[in-house]
Write a protein that binds this ligand. Structure first.
Ligand code: 5AD
Ligand code: SF4
Length: 473
């Protein structure tokens, strides 16, 4: 599935910050909003749409929550822990609200959709509840709430893609941006709440996507990640041009904007990624050689219960195909430990498929039952927590070893790296990524370089998480 790909990265780097455009002139905007995002990249991208909608109505963003008239929290429901984090944050906002009369708190995103007006009863100090397809109505809802009413809109749509809204880039490094190409999901993996919170799948108008990507490139961005819960099922019929565009076609169009613009995408469902997509990736140097291909489990029996619609063998054949067409392609995964009825044998099959696939990276979770999902209705969440945690730890241990092995293989190689900014630990060093999405840190030296430049870097050493290198002229 999508896009929770950088879940962890975002948790570390972006969460808790609110965003631009920040008017220096305090008279420029009539009200100030603060927005905080949790969960997947799609949520972060949605917050940028929300900011655009609010800006247009005369609301300016602030990074300082205490200065805000409106606080928004864009929420995630994927696991119970994600929801607990949001509830904790809401209790912190409660204190601020008590101090500042007239301050409004709005809950956006998946938790809003899942809990609907129940949220207002549970969390008395929430004033506005808005689901992922109703952001256009935010200004009207704010007005309602200002009038003292509780404002809710959680209608899901079959059409809304916010195609015409030009997102306001929030907290951006000015080099890489996310562009949403579709919304919703039709897959119904049995553990997943997303089809219920984000609704049916729909693809965004291709022209508006290309327009947004071109605009970003003109503004100096060098890397675009096309986002969708299941990008490989992108399908748009352009009535004007009498053209149908699938994901491979869209990728190609974005790649052709400029060879200097890198293209990434997330997430691919193993059942939907086609040879056509793989060949398109291989054809264009600027389409990054990296695929996030969540396996979830290595056991065919569990995959069936998860409704993933592929077998262990089928997945392995897909990995073979990727490596055949692009021998240098990075592959990462999402893995769930302790799904309903999982036996030791199934768990061993997961460890084995990780070794087979040689993932460079994985997001690893233990199963968290979500209300309303197929699994919650059909199966018992019967694996004790200590067993789930032990299995998860074994999965993490295997991944740590695989990541280190993969990085060690890169020592001695030279990569084209896009500079994203200073390294976190040392401003004498740059941090960037290679095509395979691996982070590389290297000394700036006396080269005249800046953020957004490409540079060749030879890897001289590594840790499990990072490659270390030096610039090659
Ligand atoms: N419990 C644990 N992990 C889950 N994921 C989705 N739903 C659940 C759940 N109920 C994981 C999947 C998915 C990733 C984004 O989150 O691995 O690919
Ligand atoms: Fe991803 Fe499956 Fe959930 Fe869709 S239902 S968002 S494919 S995990």
């Amino acid at each position: 599935m999508l896009d929770y790909v950088t879940d962890k990265v975002q948790d570390e780097t972006r969460q808790g910050e609110a965003f631009a455009p920040f008017a220096n002139d305090s008279n420029e905007y009539r009200k100030r909003f603060y927005i905080e995002s949790y969960g997947c990249q799609m949520n972060f991208a949605d917050s940028e749409v929300v900011a655009a909608i609010l800006n247009k109505e005369g609301f300016g963003a602030t990074r300082n929550v205490e200065e805000a008239d409106l606080i928004f929290i864009n929420t995630c429901s994927i696991r119970e822990k994600a929801e607990q984090t949001v509830r904790k944050r809401l209790t912190e906002f409660k204190k601020l609200k008590e101090q500042k009369k007239g301050m409004l708190v709005g809950v956006l995103g998946c938790m809003a959709e899942r809990l609907k007006s129940q949220f207002l009863e549970e969390e008395k100090l929430v004033d506005i509840v808005v689901g992922p397809d109703a952001y256009r109505t935010l200004p009207a809802l704010v007005e309602e709430a200002e009038g003292g009413q509780k404002a809710v809109n959680v209608l899901l749509s079959r059409e809304e893609t916010y195609a015409d809204i030009s997102p306001v880039r929030l907290d951006s490094n000015g080099v890489s941006a996310f562009v949403s190409i579709m919304r919703g999901c039709n897959n119904m993996c049995s553990f997943c709440v997303v089809p219920f919170t984000r609704g049916r799948e729909r693809s965004r108008d291709a022209e508006s996507i290309i327009h947004e990507c071109k605009d970003l490139f003109e503004k100096g961005y060098k890397e675009i990640t096309l986002l969708g819960q299941n990008v490989d099922s992108y399908y748009f019929v352009d009535e004007k041009r009498k053209e149908t565009i699938n994901f491979a076609g869209l990728l190609e169009k974005v790649a052709l904007i400029s060879p200097l613009l890198r293209v990434r995408f997330s997430t691919s469902h193993p059942k939907d990624i086609t040879d056509e997509v793989l060949h398109t990736m291989a054809k264009y140097e600027n389409i990054c050689k990296y695929i996030h291909l969540p396996v979830q489990s290595g056991s065919t029996r569990i995959l069936q219960l998860m409704n993933r619609t592929y077998t262990r063998e089928w997945y392995m054949a897909k990995v073979d195909r990727i490596r055949e067409i692009m021998p240098d392609c990075g592959i990462s995964s999402d893995i769930i430990a302790g799904f309903c009825t999982e036996e030791e044998e199934d768990h061993s099959a997961t460890l084995a498929i990780m070794n087979y696939s040689r993932y460079d990276f994985s997001y690893m979770f233990f199963y968290s039952e979500r209300p309303g999902t197929l699994a919650q209705r059909r199966y018992k969440d019967d694996i004790p927590e200590n067993v789930k945690k032990r299995r998860l730890q074994e999965i993490v241990d295997v991944q740590n070893r695989l990541s280190l092995e993969s990085n060690k293989k890169d020592v001695g190689k030279t990569f084209k790296v896009l500079i994203e900014g200073d390294s976190k630990k040392n401003e004498m060093e740059w941090k960037g990524r290679n095509s395979q999405n691996k982070v590389i840190v290297f000394p700036k030296g006396d080269h005249e370089l800046k953020k957004g430049d490409y540079v060749n870097v030879k890897v001289t050493a590594c840790t499990q998480a990072t490659l270390l290198g030096t610039i090659i002229n």
